[in-house]
Ligand binder design. Structure first.
Ligand code: PEP
Ligand code: MN
Length: 337
C-alpha cells in the first residue's frame, strides 16, 4: 500500500502516520516529492488489508499495490533514482558510457582498451574477471589477478569499474576492487546471492535473465532493495527468442517498461543484446532514443584474437565512430552525452 499525504500535510502528520504503521510492525518507505510525500508500506498482508488510514490528519488517499515488488516500483518512489558511482551519476540528465573488453585478458590488453575508451568519453571501465561461460573448456577469466588489473588501469585513467560477481562467496573480494557489482544474466534469479548483495554498500547492476519477464526482473531487484541496498541499476542485454540471426533479441521496449514501472535507472548492453559488431552502433542509438540512462559496450583492441565475445566487440576505432554519433541523439531526447 502507499499512503499519499496531502500537499499541506505537516511533518507531525507524517510522523503520526509512520508511528501508527510502526506500532503494527509494518515497515515504511518515505518518498519526499516536490509537493507531497508518499509513505510506502510493507509487511504482513493481512494487517495491510485491514489498515484504515484515510481518517488520519494529512492523509489524502491510500492506494493498494497489487504487484509483489514494492521498493523498486514507481508507485512507491515517483521520482527517478540517480545512482551515484563515486561522482559518476547514472539516471540523471547525462548518459553514461561503460566500455571495455568482455574479459580482462592481460594488463596490456586492458590498458590499451581503457586509454581508447577514456579518450572517447567513457566514464566506466568494464571487464570480466570471473566469466560465466557456456562451456567449461572456455576461458574462465583471470579471477583476482583480473580484478587487480582492472583497478590499477581504471585508476590510471580515472575511470570507475564494473565487473561481474558470479558466486556469493566472491562478493567481498569483488567489492574490494570494483565500484559497481554486476549480476550476470545467468544469476538474475540466484536469490541467495541477491539477498547477500542487499547488504553490500556498492551499487549493483542487475542484468536481465536470458528468459526473464519484466516482472521477474523487477522482483529480482526487489530482493536486493529489500536487503537495504537502494542502489540498483537494471541492464537490458537481450532475451532468448526463436531468432537465431542475432545472439539474443535486444528488447528495447523493456527500457520504456522499466521507466514506467520503476524509478531505478536502466543500462542497455547492445553487445550481448545482438552478438554482432555491425549492430552495436544502431542499437546504441536506438537505446538512447528509447530512454536508456547508460550503455555498456564491449571494446577490444584486437577482436579477432579476443578470448571471448570477439564477434560482438568493437575496435577502438569503431568505438570512436560510434561515440561521435551519439551526442546528437542524446540531445534530441533532452539528454547530455
Ligand atoms: C558480461 O557482461 O560480461 C556478460 C557475461 O553478460 P551477460 O550476463 O549479459 O551474458
Ligand atoms: Mn561478453
Amino acid at each position: 500500500m502507499i499512503i499519499v499525504m496531502s500537499p499541506n500535510a505537516t511533518k507531525r502528520n507524517i510522523d503520526n502516520v509512520i508511528k501508527k504503521l510502526e506500532r503494527l510492525n509494518l515497515r515504511t518507505h518515505l518518498s519526499e516529492g516536490e509537493d507531497r510525500t508518499i509513505v510506502g508500506v510493507i509487511g504482513d498482508k493481512k494487517i495491510i488489508a485491514n489498515l484504515e488510514m484515510e481518517m488520519m490528519a494529512g492523509v489524502e488517499k491510500t492506494v493498494r499495490i497489487t504487484e509483489k515488488y514494492k521498493l523498486v516500483s514507481r508507485d512507491f518512489h515517483p521520482l527517478n533514482t540517480i545512482v551515484d558511482v563515486g561522482g559518476v551519476k547514472i539516471g540523471g540528465d547525462e548518459i553514461v558510457i561503460m566500455a571495455g573488453p568482455c574479459a580482462v585478458e592481460n594488463f596490456e590488453q586492458l590498458r590499451e582498451t581503457a586509454q581508447a575508451v577514456k579518450n572517447c568519453g567513457a566514464k566506466i571501465l568494464r571487464g570480466g574477471a570471473f566469466k560465466p561461460r557456456t562451456s567449461p573448456y572456455d576461458f574462465q577469466g583471470l579471477g583476482e589477478e583480473g580484478l587487480k588489473i582492472l583497478r590499477e588501469v581504471a585508476d590510471e585513467f580515472d575511470l570507475k569499474v564494473v565487473t561481474e560477481v558470479v558466486d556469493r562467496g566472491d562478493i567481498e573480494l569483488v567489492e574490494n576492487y570494483s565500484d559497481i557489482l554486476q549480476v550476470g544474466a545467468r544469476n538474475m534469479q540466484n536469490f541467495q546471492m541477491l539477498k547477500a548483495l542487499g547488504e553490500s554498500k556498492k551499487p549493483i547492476m542487475l542484468k536481465r535473465g536470458l528468459s526473464a519477464t519484466i516482472s521477474e526482473w523487477l522482483n529480482a531487484a526487489e530482493y536486493i532493495m529489500n536487503g537495504g541496498n537502494e542502489n540498483v541499476i537494471f541492464c537490458e542485454r537481450g532475451i532468448r527468442t526463436y531468432e537465431t540471426f542475432t545472439r539474443n533479441t535486444l528488447d528495447l521496449s523493456a527500457v520504456a517498461a522499466i521507466k514506467e514501472l520503476s524509478h531505478l535507472p536502466i543500462v542497455v548492453d547492445p553487445s550481448h543484446g545482438t552478438g554482432r559488431r555491425a549492430m552495436v552502433a544502431p542499437m546504441s542509438r536506438a537505446a538512447i532514443a528509447a530512454g536508456a540512462d547508460a550503455l555498456m559496450i564491449e571494446v577490444h583492441p584486437h577482436p579477432e584474437i579476443a578470448l571471448s565475445d570477439g564477434n560482438q566487440s568493437l575496435t577502438p576505432e569503431d568505438f570512436k565512430n560510434l561515440m561521435e554519433n551519439l551526442s546528437d541523439i542524446a540531445k534530441a531526447v533532452g539528454r547530455i552525452l
